[in-house]
Design a protein. Structure first.
Length: 188
């Protein structure tokens, strides 16, 4: 007998005290989050591919998530994302705004500013941009000791250097494609 086994296998994640489970089900299967919610106390975060309040409506109204993970650049900017987050606030759901390097420093600066203006701020995802990116888009926000701080510079606090941009010609990039062993496409 495994003495380390959790007495309730459906709650086997709890001892690890995860910050959240992210996108645990495909977005198309929102009802599956009800089952996940019933079997764990681990907070649930979803939404990198959700872009409108209508995408989130069921998840928020049914309180099936704890964090909204939308991207400010895909959700209609500050106004669009604020609309989603304001709706989520009515149900005690926090923000966990998507902030990977494919969101530019301009988008990240907008998300940071939004985070300072909402009552249900949870956490801001942050990935450091490359030196090439910050040479072109020069953000005034700072990151130190685990905290991302907005700047007091005008606007969003990001300057754009057109001359620096000329050193980096555009190259098309695409998200990876995930295929199963049989070659069929699969959500990654």
């Amino acid at each position: 007998m495994d003495t380390h086994a959790h007495p309730d296998p459906e709650r086997s994640l709890e001892p690890y005290d995860l910050f959240w489970l992210e996108d645990v089900t495909p977005a198309e299967n929102q009802q599956a989050l009800r089952r996940v919610r019933q079997h764990t106390t681990t907070p649930l975060a979803i939404g990198e591919i959700f872009n409108t309040v209508w995408d989130y409506q069921y998840l928020i109204a049914e309180q099936l998530i704890d964090y909204v993970r939308a991207s400010i650049t895909h959700a209609g900017g500050v106004t669009g994302l604020r609309r989603i987050i304001d709706y989520a606030a009515m149900y005690q759901i926090k923000s966990g705004v998507h902030g990977p390097t494919d969101v530019s420093p301009v988008g990240l600066a907008a998300a940071v500013h939004l985070g300072t203006a909402i009552p249900n701020f949870g956490i801001q995802e942050y990935m450091r941009h490359s030196a090439e990116t910050t040479a072109v888009f020069q953000p005034a926000y700072t990151f130190a000791d685990g905290a991302l701080m907005p700047s007091e510079a005008p606007g969003l606090g990001v300057d754009y250097d057109d001359e620096a941009a000329k050193a980096f010609p555009y190259e098309a990039a695409y998200l990876p494609v995930n295929r199963l062993t049989d070659g069929s496409m699969h959500d990654w």
